[in-house]
Write a protein that binds this ligand. Structure first.
Ligand code: NAG
Length: 348
């Protein structure tokens, strides 16, 4: 009797598991069906490789120079010295975390999440510096071609043309193998990306604690149960908005021009607007507690940079003048950063 029951139960269980599995597979494939995948990965020429190697080295040199530069004391306003000091400390800590990730995982098993925004741009530069220091930049495949940096950009809503352009350009300049997964939520996008790239074990992500759902994140964070399994590495959690801009302007980093049009946090087109706190006609009124000395110093540096690298500017002075808003780096209060978003970010 019990053997009969037993012999029935086993096939029944197998049948149930089988049905569940096929339902799972089906819902997974319908889930993935709407994703549009693009690749911004360019074939490099010999010359490209040389340019890339040089830009990695230059980035690394500039960051080390920034961190080690001690002779500016006395020539800068007190508040700038403070900002410089705290930015240095953040750089140091971030590079430590990235290094730790490279101790734990191989370069070929790490990817970075890159959406063209200011935060992940800082992160990308720090990553490049660490890669250069660890001599990983010149790693080649068996056929002699230069290894590209694995990276992924996942987005849900229609995105800005300017961001797309910037991402294409960045992929080329910095040798990214940027895979773009569009019109899907982050979780689904990561799931599909990891399904397509089985070698990836860790993804470096540019969240800061002030971002939605981010205040409790840790530098190394295995994903939650209902997420695809990988380690999220968060090297820039503690950076403030001001430090991000101090870094980008000081190191003369080429960023997406939308920031110069008064966007301070960029998401989808329908949910992103220029920040009202940067509106020129209201600026004085809305930023009464602004540190003028600080701002003037940054403006001077910004103007100097645009003379050094006019190619980074897509607009003329007149165009910038005609804009209703000041550039993003004018904002000093971290609490106002998200006023560039109309709705709460949903793509978690
Ligand atoms: C790491 O990446 C390499 C190259 O793609 C691959 O051969 C290897 O299996 C990966 N390691 C793991 C643990 O996934």
């Amino acid at each position: 009797m019990s053997t009969i029951r037993f012999s029935l139960v086993i096939p029944l269980i197998i049948l149930i598991i089988g049905i569940q599995y096929s339902i799972n597979q089906q819902s997974k494939s319908t889930l993935f069906d709407n994703i549009i995948i693009k690749s911004y990965s360019f074939e490099n020429t010999e010359e490209d490789n040389m340019v890339i190697a040089r830009s990695f080295k230059e980035t690394s040199d500039r960051i080390h120079q920034f961190v080690n530069d001690e002779d500016l004391q006395g020539t800068e306003p007190e508040s700038i010295l403070k900002l410089r000091q705290s930015t240095k400390e953040k750089i140091h800590r971030s590079m430590e975390i990235i290094s730790q990730a490279l101790d734990e995982f191989e370069y070929s098993n790490i990817s970075i999440s890159f959406n063209g925004g200011k935060d992940c741009l800082v992160m990308l530069h720090l990553y490049m510096a660490v890669l250069n220091d660890r001599k990983l930049v010149s790693e080649t495949h068996d056929d002699g071609s230069l290894k590209k940096m694995s990276s992924v950009y996942i987005y849900y809503e229609d995105t800005f043309e300017e961001i797309e352009e910037f991402n294409k350009e960045t992929s080329k300049t910095y040798n990214l193998d940027l895979q773009v997964y569009s019109y899907c939520k982050l979780k689904v996008g990561f799931e599909k990306y990891l399904d397509d790239h089985r070698n990836i074990q860790a993804i470096i992500v540019g969240n800061r604690k002030t971002d939605p759902y981010s205040e409790n994140l840790q530098a190394f964070q295995p994903t939650d149960n209902d997420w695809p399994s990988f380690v999220r590495v968060h090297p820039i959690l503690d950076w403030t908005y001001q430090e991000i801009w101090f870094f980008l302007i000081n190191l003369n980093v080429h960023y997406c021009k939308l920031y110069d049009y008064g966007y301070t946090s960029i998401g989808g087109i329908s949910s992103t607007i220029p920040n009202q706190y940067l509106k020129k006609t209201d600026f004085e009124l809305k930023n009464k507690d602004i540190n003028r000395e600080n701002l003037n110093w940054m403006i001077q540096l910004y103007q100097k940079n645009s003379q050094i690298s006019p190619e980074y500017r897509f607009y003329t002075d007149e165009e910038l003048e005609a804009h209703e808003h000041y550039p993003a780096f004018y904002l000093q209060n971290d609490d106002y950063e998200r006023f560039s978003r109309q709705t709460k970010q949903k793509a978690q």
